[in-house]
Design a protein around this ligand. Structure first.
Ligand code: HEM
Length: 538
């Protein structure tokens, strides 16, 4: 790996980048590709199931095979990469076991999966549930080992369904998370430049960061190329779901990890409830929020609510102050903060430590006094907090208006691009979840116009053809070329002709809340997060 950090002094962090298990090429994505099989034959029972997961699901024999599998120890895992591989395999097998294929959800996870999964998760300091680390961070391979990570050089790792759509969903996220190498490098450089008081260098660092954020959006837009919203919603998504607030899917109390003992009293542990896998567990976007000082609050305490009426604003100010005391560093929103427990422990450490030393926003606030249109007093507290930490961010740009304006513009461009990224993500959520659940848009042929249009092939995918057949068979519910459907009931009718939706993949009526795999009401939650991003412009 080429050393790209010659000019960056990382001593502002208490640990080395190696200790955080990040690198400056692919960031949170490991420098060395993950193992695609555990080398020790002792783990053959896991690997045998792993290499046949979709076939065993289809034949409905996976649960029996898991039940007859021995309980293996994790003590024979010899390296960190082996530990990662073990976690990935156990995540996929356990979620396949619990959710099944068109089967009732299973609330008891046998010891053969539960015990090693619990232990390896503890060792990696991550939740024993399917996460972004399992599907993305430790679950890819390179086609050509001499070329860098990119969508044209990635092979998928483990999958539940074995479909192109699922592979693409994970690989797009790998490619996005791999951008965190350049982002991290850039943030490190900006922190160095701040300590030198070099406004021009900070400005150019922020300009680069705005480009990186834009690159993330362009990658996200490529989701439509090979991941069909129909397949995503009706076929894949259920496997990523967790067991918190999952009563309607048959897991009212969560899942019991058989053979896992309560550490306090040595008895069988109780039902466990964990959120499912979702990209809010990607450390990359949190790193950007931290870098830019974009603070998020619990729903209804957002910055955008502060301006409405006097009393409300006062209450909100109090609540905001309380939340800031509880979560002083961005992102701050309790759900986003909790998602850090679903990241590899070392990545969580980096985000926490970075939050303590990254004061780009405060630097911009101080050095754009007089040219920004903000009410300066409103941000006094933020600046005071930094001073209280004994960090000097004195005004070094003096009266140079050109420098000040350049800095302001570069910072605000980062915020705008992050807001556009979140706008775009919201479009994805509507297409991939909301429209599917409401039966408004059956297929993935309608990508938004704002970004590269999906290739023609996406409009005549095998899935779409299948849907047309089904539609015709059930009385013409699917209306021809653009695959729009009349509404949920007609699509339910279509489904009874072969495709059987699981409990999680289901239609909802107008006004019903559709949950994300992370368990949020995604539209309310994501609107809130993106409005706070918008309001962070200065
Ligand atoms: C088909 C594609 C995707 C869908 C349907 C989707 C859906 C969602 C949903 C529903 C949430 C709310 C949390 C929950 O309850 O699950 C969420 C949050 C989030 N997603 Fe995605 N997502 C997709 C792809 C991605 C990708 C590729 C990324 C890139 C890293 C990403 C980044 C995020 C982030 C960072 C959040 C937390 C909110 C924020 O910070 O803006 N998502 N997503």
């Amino acid at each position: 790996m080429s050393a790209t950090n010659e000019t960056i002094d990382w001593s502002f962090l208490p640990k080395t980048l190696d200790q955080y298990e990040v690198n400056l090429e692919s960031g949170f994505i490991p420098a060395e590709e993950p193992l695609s099989r555990l080398p020790n034959p002792y783990y053959e029972p896991w690997e045998e199931l792993a290499s046949n997961i979709s076939q065993y699901l289809l034949a409905k024999v996976l649960r029996d095979k898991v039940k007859s599998m021995p309980v293996l120890t994790i003590e024979k895992l010899a390296t960190r990469r082996e530990e990662h591989r073990a976690y990935v395999v156990l995540c996929f097998l356990s979620h396949a076991y619990v959710w099944g294929l068109n089967q009732k959800a299973e609330q008891f996870l046998p010891a053969s999966l539960a015990v090693p999964w619990w232990n390896i998760s503890k060792k990696l300091r991550i939740k024993p549930v399917f996460t972004n680390a399992a599907s993305v961070v430790w679950n890819w391979n390179l086609i050509d080992k001499n070329r860098p990570i990119g969508l044209d050089n990635l092979k998928h790792g483990m999958l539940f369904t074995g479909s192109f759509d699922e592979a693409w969903f994970f690989l797009v996220t790998v490619a996005m998370d791999a951008k965190s190498g350049a982002i991290l490098r850039n943030i490190g450089k900006i922190i160095n430049d701040i300590s030198k008081g070099d406004v021009s260098a900070v400005t150019s660092g922020l300009e680069k960061l705005s480009t990186h954020i834009n690159d993330l959006r362009l990658l996200l837009a490529r989701m439509f190329e090979n991941c069909d919203p129909y397949v995503f919603y009706w076929r894949m998504r259920q496997y990523m779901a967790g067991w918190k607030n999952m009563k309607e899917a048959g897991l009212e109390h969560g899942v019991k990890y058989e053979g896992v003992m309560d550490e306090a009293d040595g008895t069988q542990s109780e039902y466990q409830e964990f959120y499912g896998g979702n990209a809010a567990q990607s450390s990359t976007i949190q790193l950007i929020d931290i870098a830019l000082g974009v603070h998020h609050y619990p729903i209804n305490v957002g910055v955008e609510n502060g301006a409405t009426d006097g009393n409300k604003a006062q209450n909100i100010d109090t609540m905001k102050a309380e939340m800031k005391a509880k979560y002083p560093k961005p992102p701050g929103n309790p759900f986003l903060m909790e998602m850090r427990d679903y990241m590899p422990g070392t990545h969580k450490d980096l985000l926490e430590d970075m939050g303590k030393v990254c004061h780009i926003r405060e630097f911009v606030l101080i050095n754009t006094d007089g040219v920004s249109r903000i009410d300066y007093e409103k941000f006094q507290a933020e600046i005071e907090r930094v001073s209280a930490d004994d960090i000097s961010l004195k005004n070094i740009s003096g009266d140079d208006l050109k420098l000040k304006n350049g800095l302001l513009k570069a910072y605000n461009k980062c915020i705008s691009n992050l807001k556009v990224f979140r706008d775009y993500h919201m479009i994805i959520v509507k297409k991939y979840i909301v429209n599917q659940a409401k039966g408004h848009s059956f297929m993935g042929s309608n990508a938004p116009d704002t970004t590269p249009t999906p290739p023609k092939s996406a409009t005549s995918s095998p899935v779409q053809d299948k849907a047309q057949t089904i539609g015709n068979a059930s009385g013409g519910a699917v209306s021809g070329a653009d695959s729009k459907v009349a509404g949920p009931k007609s699509v339910v009718a279509a489904h009874t002709n072969g495709i059987k939706p699981g409990k999680l993949a289901r239609f909802v009526e107008e006004g019903d809340v559709i949950k994300g795999t992370g368990g949020t009401d995604p539209i309310e939650f994501l609107t809130h997060i993106k409005n706070e991003t918008r309001d962070s412009r200065i």
